[in-house]
Write a protein that binds this ligand. Sequence first.
Ligand code: 2AM
Ligand code: CA
Length: 255
Amino acid sequence: MKDILINGVKKAGEILKEDFYRPKTVSNKGVADLVTETDLKIEEFLKKYFYKQLPDYKFVGEETSLDLSFKEKCLIVDPIDGTTNFVHRFPFVGISVGVYENLNPVAATVFNPIMDELYYAEVGKGAFLNGSRIFVSTQSKIENSLLATGFPYGFVEKNKKDILAKLEKILSNSRGVRRAGAASLDLCYVARGVFDGYYEGGLKPWDVAAGVLIVSEAGGKISNMNGGNFSFEDEYIVASNKIIHNELIEVLCGI
Ligand code: 2AM
Ligand code: CA
């Protein structure tokens, strides 16, 4: 499984890298929800690749296979997480693959071919960046924490008040807030201890399917905004080094 996943995203990464500095043809799925020919090319490549390599697994991809009635075994794929970054050549882009069995993540990889960062995790076996084990931070104070968030298009328009209220709370209570535009990589940055915490609302399963396992295998915590177990139906995801988790939720919710 490990070699199949890593070889797959590395080959897909070549496609992404080749197109990164080229002029792009952009289509709009929604107001600011972009898709490029490269998103479609990578998804098509991975679909064929996994069909051959892992025929027992159902393929769920952001651009072509949106059927989320997960079966016992499935691959949840985002061909480019951070498409807006890709279009503008901001190098925070990831190819994300989460392997799920009976709704549980069993293996995951996120690859940023521009920065040459390959994250991999397998349940019970830890999380790795380019082959080296990674761990969440040991920061215990929210005021010394670097936090991250994101604002998916559509969700912002419908939830502006709540989003701004949460942002105001963490701006005054943390060391800083970053908004880099690729949820899968934001989660990997929590896993490697760069970000101490992260939250975002309105995401889709393929944005977080891989990252959630990478965080938990690095010793972190994933929950919904109530602190309960996260599921793809939840409006918000919260990820942290575990230590600041409850305090982060308290701050965000103004408790
Ligand atoms: P994408 O680049 O694959 O679209 C940025 O805040 C994060 O939100 C990115 O991971 C981005 O993934 C995701 N995102 C952007 N628009 C979205 C939408 N309409 N629904 C769900 N996720 C979205
Ligand atoms: Ca995408």
